[in-house]
Design a protein around this ligand. Structure first.
Ligand code: CAA
Length: 295
């Protein structure tokens, strides 16, 4: 895991406390309480400690996405979203697996009526898709089935050069269930999406980059560092304007070109009601760096 400016959640009896440890001073400060996590690790990283890092942590099951893991990811995303100090969120796994899909052992005996009555694998989509802050996937190893879908729920995907993506549900007699049939064609087009979904074949990181599923590929051991750098770069901008820019790009996936352009125009005009737009343009004219206030 990244070593710069670490926040760990430590168990204190039944409660968990976020412990902020400044790497250089050894200073430890408790700043908030939250739930105990069993399936993920959560840290605050980056030179300015403004990047929320969520590491999926079921290595023995290749980070298979069991129900409790989804709940924990949702909670961690929510925590970071509501923390003003956090500019962007990174979701990662380990070198062998980002996530090898929904937990097959957990759902093996599920039934149609049970899935329909209780709902299954829905909440995570809402938590990540609706998050107002950028969420970036750093994918090393397998990103299969629900793992590939989790990466696609994020705003940007960076991959390690040994990453493997796929929607192998067809091998199990089922189909993708967290958006794979809908998001994958939007990333890579119909023919490639059909090939991936209907064969269950894996694609490697470079192929995924060529297809537009992944925006950059890095050596395995550089992936997390580069992804955190990306999050930090985004974190130099106004969080308010980043949120508006993200919402505007997302409209491209939700609506017609005409409505999307109207939405963009409304948001573009809207930036002129913000202090940060004024500051950004004033700083440019005065030839100095902007000092954004998130206002
Ligand atoms: N669910 C539950 N357990 C899983 C898992 C999954 N999706 N993927 C791997 N595991 C477990 C294995 O059962 C194994 O556990 P045991 O040691 O207890 O047997 C452990 O992780 C290691 O896995 P392998 O021994 O299989 O490792 P490998 O290196 O030989 O193979 C792999 C790696 C090719 C990824 C292989 O594990 C595999 O094919 N996994 C399943 C991939 C898959 O089908 N994903 C789609 C799931 S369905 C889905 O996601 C639906 C949806 O859209 C919501």
């Amino acid at each position: 895991m990244a070593s710069v400016g670490v926040v760990t959640r430590v168990l204190l009896g039944k409660n968990v406390v976020n412990r902020v440890a400044a790497a250089n001073t050894g200073f430890v400060k408790f700043y908030s309480t939250g739930p105990a996590y069993e399936n993920i690790k959560v840290e605050v990283v980056g030179a300015k400690k403004n990047v929320g890092l969520i590491q999926l942590n079921r290595p023995k099951a290749l980070n298979a996405l069991c129900g409790p893991l989804f709940v924990e990811v949702g909670q961690a995303v929510k925590d970071f979203e509501t923390d003003d100090k956090i500019a962007a969120i990174v979701i990662t796994g380990n070198e062998k697996a980002f996530a090898a899909g929904a937990d097959i052992k957990e759902m093996q005996n599920n039934t149609f009526s049970g899935n329909t009555k209780k709902g299954f694998l829905q909440d995570i989509e809402d938590y990540i898709s609706n998050c107002g802050k950028p969420v970036i996937a750093a994918v090393n190893g397998f990103a299969l089935g629900g793992g590939c879908e989790l990466a696609m729920l994020c705003d940007i995907i960076y991959a390690g050069e040994k990453a493997k993506f796929g929607q192998p549900e067809i091998n199990l007699g089922t189909i993708p269930g967290i958006g794979g049939t809908q998001r994958l064609p939007r990333y890579v087009g119909k023919s490639k999406a059909m090939e991936i979904v209907l064969t269950g074949n894996f694609i490697d990181a470079h192929e995924a980059e060529r297809m537009g599923l992944v925006s950059r590929v890095f050596p395995v051991d550089k992936l997390l560092e580069e992804t955190i750098k990306l999050a930090e770069r985004i974190g130099t901008h106004s969080p308010l304007i980043v949120k508006m820019a993200k919402a505007a790009v997302n409209q491209a996936y939700e609506t017609t070109l005409k409505s999307g352009l109207q939405f963009e125009k409304a948001y573009f005009y809207g930036t002129f009601a913000t202090e940060d737009r004024k500051e950004g343009m004033t700083a440019f004219v005065e030839k100095r760096p902007p000092n954004f206030k998130n206002e």
